[in-house]
Design a protein around this ligand. Sequence first.
Ligand SMILES: [Zn+2]
Ligand SMILES: [Zn+2]
Length: 251
Amino acid sequence: MAASGAGAAPFGRGLETRCPARAVTTRDNCVRLSARAIGDCVSKDVELQCRCGQVHGWLRDVSPSRVNRPLCYCDDCQAFLHYLGRADLLDEHGGTDVVQVAPSSVTFDHGEECIVAVRLTSKGMHRWYATCCKTPLGNTLTPAVPFIGMPLEVLRGAPTASDRDQTFGKVRAAIMGKFAVGGPPKGSTGFPIGMIAHVARLLLGWKLGGRAWPHPFFRKGTAAPIYPVTILEAGEREALRAKCGPNPTER
Ligand SMILES: [Zn+2]
Ligand SMILES: [Zn+2]
């Protein structure tokens, strides 16, 4: 396993912190800034790793204001984890906690031969995962919509709930609650206007700021996937749907 960078982490393995505003690497400089500035000032590099350790990489330069964190109950996210045999990663209502980040902030430096994607339909999202241990790595639309939705499982550098809240901010909104198993959790069926405005701001900033490329899953120029992609047949898809909310007919 590649561990470069981990030794330099000042605040614990897998979590590096820097202050881009002051171009220095100590927390002391950040704490001299106003409380409001600190949230934007402290950015972190988070170690990425699949469960077995074969696939490794880094998520660079994230802070709560630079990512989005939805909790998605949609049946596609549920179907994907059932496809992987990793329904253990869903919460009790079938929800997936996802951190959406800029493509150029993600790099993989080991185990790339294990990276593949599945699409539930020919127009569906690319859902990337590690074949070695079926760890979900990230969800993408086409590279024209420049974001990667990373499930918590791969964000090994932020292993606890408090690490995640500190690094990515708390969940901004629960969405697609109509597909939640056992009925929609509170607040999951409304229109998340605040989160949508935040995402629009992020996407525009990433496009204009050159953070759409390089992309860890697509080639620049052709926008073709770098790794193998499988599209499910209708029968396979329906078999997975039977396990998904709101009313699973099969577990
Ligand atoms: Zn693995
Ligand atoms: Zn979803």
